[in-house]
Design a protein around this ligand. Sequence first.
Ligand code: ADP
Length: 442
Amino acid sequence: MIKTLITIALWALGGWLLGAWLGATTGWAIFALGLLLMVLVSGLQLSRVARWVHDIDEPPPLSVGPWDEVLAPIYRKLKQNRLDLQERSRNFHRALLAAEALPDGALTLAPDKSLLWCNQTAAGHLGLNLDQDRGHSILNVLRAPEFARYANQDTWDRPLILHLGRGHQARTLMLHLAPYGTGQFLMVTRDITQIERLENIRKDFVANVSHEMRTPLTVLSGFVETLLDMPAGALSEEQQRHYLELMAQQAHNMQALVADLLTLSSLESTPNSEGASVHLAALIRTALDQARALSGGQHRFITHLDDGLGILGKDTELASAISNLLTNAVRYTPPGGAITITWEQQPDGNAIYSVQDTGIGIDSDDIPRLTERFFRVNRGRSRETGGTGLGLAIAKHVALRHDARLDISSTLGEGSTFSIVFPATRTRRTDITEPDSSSRAA
Ligand code: ADP
């Protein structure tokens, strides 16, 4: 303002001096010309400013005089605001990315519990579609009555465990609501289906092991008490021997169970390594000796073993799987039956160890459950022959640790074939050849 007044005063002084020299008319004309020039310059600046307003991100037009005093601070302020806005938007994006990267689901709700935002994980857990469900009450989206009761509480000290879906689709979610900001809510969701399943397996396992241990222990302690209560010499030597044999059988069952439990636990606790090249035919022959001893000459054994075919793996684990399939064949094949053992490479390069028997066979409904821990088709028969119910679970575990699969085919009353199929990548050719690598019967 002062600058404008000074400019007017300077023009007035110029006009007065020239008026005194050249006449009053000339003086007034100079003064009027000065004012006119000032108005024109202002008009020009105004039109430049008007153009700049449409393109405000650019620096303001070069201005002279009072315009500069107005435009420069406006432009500085605008620039600062723009930088602040960019920084805030960067922070907001960082927060959004962090929320997306959370391993848990997160969603925010307005005070009326309508959906404001959710990350991908929460959308997956609750089947939400942010574009469609934003603004809708979460109670309409998630219709489980227990969730409605939970959401309508005043405080949420504990999370809610929610079971959704059925069968293969069944999932267990843990949801936790917490108030935040001005009346809004944050809900965290976590899929605990797997954790719950493992917890159930653990509980069942402990119950099964206790049950399996209790049976032989009860029998054993029953005999011990009976023997203790008997007056000396009440039993004949033959009776005593009979009782002791029954007790030894129960003790042996417990030992076998503990041994299988230890094998399973070591399979679960040791890392899965490639191991070394294992001469499988040699392991099979060792297992065959045990099987023959178990059979007591009551079965016919036929072998087709490729001695030059090795496998990359862990010999102790493989020996356990090989012997489990072989002893099962003996235990579930009535005397006079035949057991055929094959170890060979298939045309596709895979290697197969198979044990085929002419035994009692298995109902097709039971086949999928055979590798479950402690599953037995006939509990009595399994126990009588010293079974623990863990042999096939171990064999399957060993197969998986060697990238192999356990195949089972069986016909009730006719016999079964149990095979472990190793991928070609695990096979190794060795120079070892033994004289009996061709088919033989024993
Ligand atoms: P078990 O110690 O009871 O034999 P396994 O895990 O080795 O436990 O086998 C589980 C069940 O599978 C057995 O109880 C038996 O019912 C069935 N089974 C296994 N092998 C054979 C086979 N060769 N023939 C018939 N049934 C078998």
